[in-house]
Design a protein around this ligand. Sequence first.
Ligand SMILES: Cc1cc2nc3c(=O)[nH]c(=O)nc-3n(C[C@H](O)[C@H](O)[C@H](O)COP(=O)(O)O)c2cc1C
Length: 423
Amino acid sequence: MRVVLGVGGGIAAYKSALLLRLFTEAGHSVQVIPTEASTRFVGIATWEALSGHPVSTSVFDAVDTVNHVRLGHEADLIVVAPATADLLARAAAGLASDLLTNTLLMARGPVFFAPAMHTEMWNHPATQANVATLRARGAIVMEPASGRLTGKDSGPGRLPEPEDIFAAALAAAAEAGADKADQAAAPYSGRLAGKTVTVTAGGTREPLDPVRFLGNRSSGKQGAAIAEAALAAGAQVRLIAAHMEVPVPAGVELVQVETALELRKAVHAAAASTDVLVMAAAVADFRPGENAETKIKKRDDGADPVITLVRNPDILQETVQRRAESGTGPALIVGFAAETGDGSASVLEYGRRKLERKGCDLLVLNQVGRSLVFGQDTTEVRILSPLDGPGTEPAAVAGSKAEIARHILDRIAEELDAALPSV
Ligand SMILES: Cc1cc2nc3c(=O)[nH]c(=O)nc-3n(C[C@H](O)[C@H](O)[C@H](O)COP(=O)(O)O)c2cc1C
């Protein structure tokens, strides 16, 4: 689901960081919208780092995307926690004085408030009237918990525990049918029936000796999500898995590999009998020139060991080349690139250069940086094609790795459909 997490200016704002983690760890994509006051309690940097999305309090940021309209329309669920007395009043009055209240007015999905304030504020007839108004309009307003409040006092008004808000908000979403967005596989379900999709995933490990290796931080999450989405689309799926930190999806034909050279062999073997090859694994560019038969020992003379690295073959480029030479192989070869921009070229420019160098049919460009860290649940990609006209800027799509996987699979299905001769 796409969840908007509104954060009000209460002392309990910090607890929403835990709530955010519960949503992201469950695979949901979360856009945090704090109020200006709440940033006095928890800063924007915290929300951006934890959610993997840029965060703003104002309708006047990212005006080109008309943020409040997009966020309100796209949200499958809006959760406001903590909902201050002020926010409940503004929402009940229909005010649109910041990004959060504008988004609330644009909401199409369920809206859920978890209030937190002093007992007197909660019991005040004005607050109670606002709560009644919101509930009458269909919003869900949780009862606050009872217990220790800011300072020494205690009573009703405490923010419920993040786990309780999470469970109640998910139940509200399920009730409203909003969680069905998770099953958005439906639009393309069966679209890849009869096709074989081979996905490489995880990170290779290049041995130095029997106990040590050079590895990378790839978790295999994106590759596993692509394999799952391909299964949901009806394809027969082969997963060439290097080291993965996530479970292998049930239903795939698994080929386990360790090193770049093993992965290369498995890809070449699979290439002849697959319609689509998705190269999502992080393959080591270099491997130690020697793989010692026995454990490398500390030397008595105190000299430091020297490791010479040699280049691994470029498996993606090679597979494209073999297809061109033999005239057989996958109809569609999809590469992945993680790039950062610098002074001399943008992320997109580097992506285009890579696409040209590799010669694949599609390149999924990961924008490394704030929104992408290995192992994170959310990411942002653009899909580049050699057929993109000059000056075209493929749209950036952000979301959970499951959402991105569905987006990639949709594009793959479109490309395969377009390649069919028209009758
Ligand atoms: C230390 C401190 C704690 C506060 N805690 C709360 C609270 O728990 N609930 C609440 O409704 N207001 C609380 N307030 C008051 C709000 O910050 C204030 O009403 C603010 O205007 C709310 O703005 P917002 O609704 O746009 O976030 C607190 C203020 C301070 C200084």
